[in-house]
Design a protein around this ligand. Sequence first.
Ligand code: G3H
Length: 255
Amino acid sequence: EYLRDFRGISQLERELERRLVLKRVTIVPGDSDLDPTVKKELARATAQYLQGILQAGMTLAVTGGTTLAEVAESLPPSRDPWPITVVPARGGLGEEVELQANSVAARIAQRLGAQYRLLHIPDDLGEEAVLALQAEPRIRELLDQIKRADVLLHGIGSAEEMARRRGLPAETVRLLRKRRAVGEAFGFYFDREGRVVYTTSSVGIRQEDVPQITHVVAVGGGRSKAEASLSVISTGGQDVFITDEGAARTLLEIL
Ligand code: G3H
């Protein structure tokens, strides 16, 4: 607490809430680009916030990524079952298994003592096969539950890094550059104004589902994610932003 006040972090939180029009901004001290322990703190703050808003009967949709995987690790293992269902926000986005939304959803559910339902749709299916799978009653019902989630917890990626990590073809990378994509969240790529400029062919939550979700919590830190955070928050769908000082201070400079 002393460190937070000394660095004026509470003030920074209120200023970002006001300027980004968010219900709540939480900032952990430091910059996760420079110090990996800051990412752990970011994850811990997110885990704590999550535990505070979850209630019996809720559906929690989560994305993948290293930050979300860290959130799962930070949740204290629950001794009692909790009637909550955790689902992946979207199907595969070309990440390695540990970083996929399915894996993170299962891990978070285990920690919370919750149930989970996974989306078993391979990344590399053709459009027709995806449509056929989506018509399957059980998959359709799960997709419906995902769209009606009470809480959406998602990571923020810089467009360039995500395109590289997910091995998007050179042609797509060029397109992203041409359209000035800077941020990424749940498989959507956004320009600085928050316009969707590219969509990954995957099933699950779509941009138009987000406003109906009561708690949309974006988490991402490090100054390298400042512009990406601005682009994702500019979509207007987020309620809460959990970040670090590195991203927060850079954000204020570019706002
Ligand atoms: O969509 C955003 C990415 O999943 C963020 O990934 O947490 O590994 O930076 P990261």
